[in-house]
Ligand binder design. Structure first.
Ligand SMILES: Cc1cc2nc3c(=O)[nH]c(=O)nc-3n(C[C@H](O)[C@H](O)[C@H](O)COP(=O)(O)O)c2cc1C
Length: 183
């Protein structure tokens, strides 16, 4: 059986994104149990219905990549207690035009990190709601991570054993869900 695919989306367009570092570490935890692809969102223009007649090529690339994967792992910061605009923008592109919602029927896990004490908890709740409305089965449970002390280095290696163990269990649960879902 071919391995199910998971697309990793990082909800930040910052070069030095902490969430990209976390996503690298999570990809290592997934290992070869799923086929991992990275789906970039930082090059997408701002959603504008006027562009629907002739969607920019980058948008077509993005929606095709989402359409191809079985599952999604979204690793995102929180901006003003919600999901970042760059991530919401990508979700909006994928949700339109009517009848062509690429998110429908995907299975997903969400997580994220910020230097703040509650580590993206509120932003993830908003994201969970938006994805749910679009027909994504978002895995239950919670994984909020404060980036203090630094839990991962620049190469995506865990620096804190308890964080690796906790997120390892979260990823194991996600992999099991994706495998069951793809079966
Ligand atoms: C516009 C803006 C709003 C932010 N709001 C929050 C917030 O609500 N909660 C939080 O924990 N951090 C907040 N932050 C801080 C981010 O968590 C921090 O910049 C983090 O490094 C962003 O993730 P990244 O490194 O992956 O881009 C905010 C940052 C920006 C730029």
């Amino acid at each position: 059986m071919t391995r199910p695919t998971v697309g990793i989306i990082v909800g930040s367009n910052r070069r030095e994104s902490l969430n990209r570092r976390l996503a690298l570490a999570l990809a290592k935890l997934i290992g070869d149990r799923l086929a991992v692809t990275w789906i970039r969102i930082d090059d997408l223009p701002m959603y504008n219905g006027d562009l629907e007649g002739a969607r920019p090529d980058v948008v077509g690339r993005f929606t095709a990549e989402v359409a191809k994967v079985d599952a999604l792992l979204v690793v995102t910061p929180e901006h003003n207690r919600s999901l970042p605009a760059v991530l919401k923008n990508a979700i909006d592109w994928g949700s339109k035009p009517a009848g062509h919602n690429v998110w429908q029927g995907k299975v997903a896990a969400i997580t994220g990190t910020s230097p703040g004490a509650i580590g993206t908890a509120v932003g993830q709740q908003h994201l969970r709601q938006v994805l749910g409305i679009l027909g994504v089965l978002v895995m239950g449970g919670e994984a909020y991570l404060s980036f203090k002390p630094e839990p991962v280095d620049h190469e995506g290696n865990f620096l804190v054993d308890s964080t690796r163990d906790f997120l390892g269990r979260y990823i194991d649960q996600f992999v099991a869900l994706v495998l069951r879902f793809a079966d």
